[in-house]
Write a protein that binds this ligand. Structure first.
Ligand code: FAD
Ligand code: DLZ
Ligand code: SF4
Length: 508
């Protein structure tokens, strides 16, 4: 008896466990563009277009490979509107006895499939380096789940940058060499883009018609939509940008949205590329002497360290994790996150770039939009929904630990040992945003003061009970406490006044 094999929009890998388990001779692949997946947040149009175009091309590759694929387009008249609805419809159509699928990357969909009125067998997603069981075993009994130690285990497991049982160059982590501010006159090529072909163009027209009101610019669209293209993007990154990746990883420049970043997360996250092959290409470039170790190690750490670690946390912590709010932040997300006006140059640039590209690099996400939200006390659930919507690489398993945990400290420190907050000085050091800003980064109080300066102290003051005993924050509290009392009162009053204007909807 035949079974249905579900392949989701972020499971576009020929080696997917569900495909490996299935019988090409008798089983039937189901792929579906459905309203429910496009509506759980208002996804950026580029993200929807990437997923639909890559799904359509992947289904074509599967057919060429001999599979019977039932593909549903969003505008098909009999589209049931949800993944489970489509499975039921296809089961009735084909007489299939049950469903096999690879575990989705979101608790919401796992629950739906678990309780679907058709027998569904959920298989492990083995496209990652660490399994759930391995991560649980690593986490078991540890007081703190710090990424660095997990990362070292992943280095040992994969053998990447290892010389027998020692790290290459005798150091596990070269981050110390990686925090350079970008010089203003840098020449940067950016990632490899692809001209839309007929399939992509058809999807762009559909997305334009159906999601034209969503936040974000659909065109120009240049993402890779097949594995062959994604492999070219990987080669291009290794050849043109990797060598500088480490040095300027944290830098932010107005005219250069991508700097030396890989822009490979969308392809990794929808399954066009695998984490190990990407890291092996980077390791090879280092072995050939084409890139320095700080670049190769820094990059590999992001993938076998951070990427695997946040996935481990998402599945370890359970379905309620994205709703956590230990700091009890309740302010609504300001309109400028959706493109409304703000006088803060850094936020305005990061949001404008997000609208154009559906992309911002890590430090823009963490230290500009994330930092502001945390300092201003925005409800982390709103922040989470924003990040899940606006970035082309956003799927809950990777987005929520980064947002709720790393960026908003809403999980109480499961991921971060201290909140990622900074005053304007950090943004000024790492970017060219402060030049030309209506606020002055060197001004600490008064109407010209950079809001990050005001809110930084406001944050520390209002969360003193939680953070003053944190060893890594002692210096910050000592600096605050050394200020004379009148000055502290002025800072706090100015911060309050600024937040009142924000709440009143003034352009701030
Ligand atoms: P590079 O800087 O070139 O890094 C190389 C690769 O390392 C990336 O492709 C990515 O796969 C991996 N990586 C790097 N940092 C992380 C990290 N912290 N967590 C997981 N993988 C990492 N990443 C996502 O893939 N999806 C998200 O939805 C997402 N949301 C984020 C939200 C916030 C608030 C923050 C602070 C970070 C988020 N990240 C997310 C992590 C990181 O910002 C992106 O992975 C990175 O910007 C992707 O661009 P890139 O491919 O050019 O990365
Ligand atoms: C993000 C997304 C979107 C926008 N649309 C679809 C879709 O129509 N069909 C589909 O199979 N997957 C889609 N996805 C990806 C899913 O939302 C994703 O598989 C889950 O969030 C689990 O990670
Ligand atoms: Fe951002 Fe402050 Fe710099 Fe303006 S002065 S760009 S608000 S950090």
């Amino acid at each position: 008896m035949s079974r249905l094999v579900l392949v989701l929009g972020d499971q576009l890998s020929h080696g997917l466990s569900a495909l490996k388990k299935a019988d090409k001779g008798s089983d039937i692949v189901v792929m579906a563009e459905v309203a429910e997946e496009t509506e759980y947040v208002g996804h950026h149009p580029k993200k929807i277009a990437l997923i639909f175009a890559a799904m359509r091309k992947f289904s074509h590759e599967l057919r060429q490979d001999g599979w019977d694929v039932r593909y549903t387009r969003l505008d098909d008249a009999d589209n049931a509107g949800s993944i489970v609805g489509e499975l039921l419809r296809r089961a009735e159509e084909t007489g299939a006895a049950g469903v096999i699928c690879t575990e989705p990357g979101e608790w919401r969909l796992i629950e739906k499939l678990k309780y679907a009125p058709v027998k569904t067998h959920i298989l492990t997603d083995d496209r990652f380096i660490a399994s759930h069981a391995e991560f649980e075993a690593w986490a078991e009994g540890r007081k703190a789940l710090r990424m660095e130690y997990f990362y070292r285990d992943m280095r040992r497991k994969t053998g990447l940058l290892m010389e027998s049982d020692k790290p290459a160059g005798d150091k596990w982590n070269y981050d110390h060499d990686n925090r350079k501010a970008a010089p203003g006159d840098m020449s940067v090529e950016g990632p490899l883009w692809f001209e839309p072909d007929e399939v992509v163009e058809e999807v762009l027209m559909l997305v334009e018609a159906q999601f034209g009101d969503n936040f974000g610019d659909l065109r120009p669209f240049g993402f890779a939509t097949t594995r062959a293209q994604a492999l070219k993007a990987l080669d291009y990154f290794v050849e043109h940008a990797l060598a500088q990746f480490g040095d300027y990883q944290d830098a932010m420049l107005k005219g250069h949205p991508f700097l030396y970043h890989a822009v490979l997360s969308p392809y990794l996250n929808i399954g066009l590329l695998g984490p190990l092959e990407v890291c092996q290409a980077v390791e090879k470039a280092w072995q050939n002497g084409d890139v320095p170790i700080n670049a190769a190690e820094g990059f590999i750490r992001q993938i076998i360290g951070w990427r695997e670690y946040v996935r481990g946390i998402y599945f370890l912590e359970g379905p309620e994790y994205p709703k956590r709010n230990v700091l009890k932040h309740e302010r609504a997300l300001p309109a400028f996150y959706w493109g409304g006006k703000t006088k803060m140059n850094c936020v305005s640039h990061a949001v404008a770039q997000t609208k154009e590209q559906a992309y911002a690099h890590h430090i823009q996400r963490l230290m500009v939009t994330g930092n502001f939200a945390l300092l201003a006390g925005i409800d982390p659930t709103h922040v989470h929904e924003w990040y899940l919507a606006v970035y082309v690489d956003a799927f809950e398993w990777v987005e929520s630990p980064n947002t709720v945990g790393m960026s908003q400290f809403a999980d109480g420190g499961v991921i971060a040992s201290k909140p990622y907050v900074s005053s304007g000085a950090y943004i000024n050091r790492m970017s060219d945003y402060c030049k030309g800003c209506a606020y002055k980064v060197s001004v600490k109080t008064g109407k010209d003061a950079c809001p990050f300066n005001l809110l930084y102290w406001h944050f520390l003051d209002r969360h003193r009970a939680r953070f003053s005993n944190n060893a890594r924050m002692g210096n910050m509290y000592r600096t605050w406490d050394r200020m004379d009392e009148d000055r502290r009162e002025i800072v706090l009053n100015d911060a309050e006044a600024w937040l009142e204007k924000l709440d009143a909807g003034d352009v701030v």
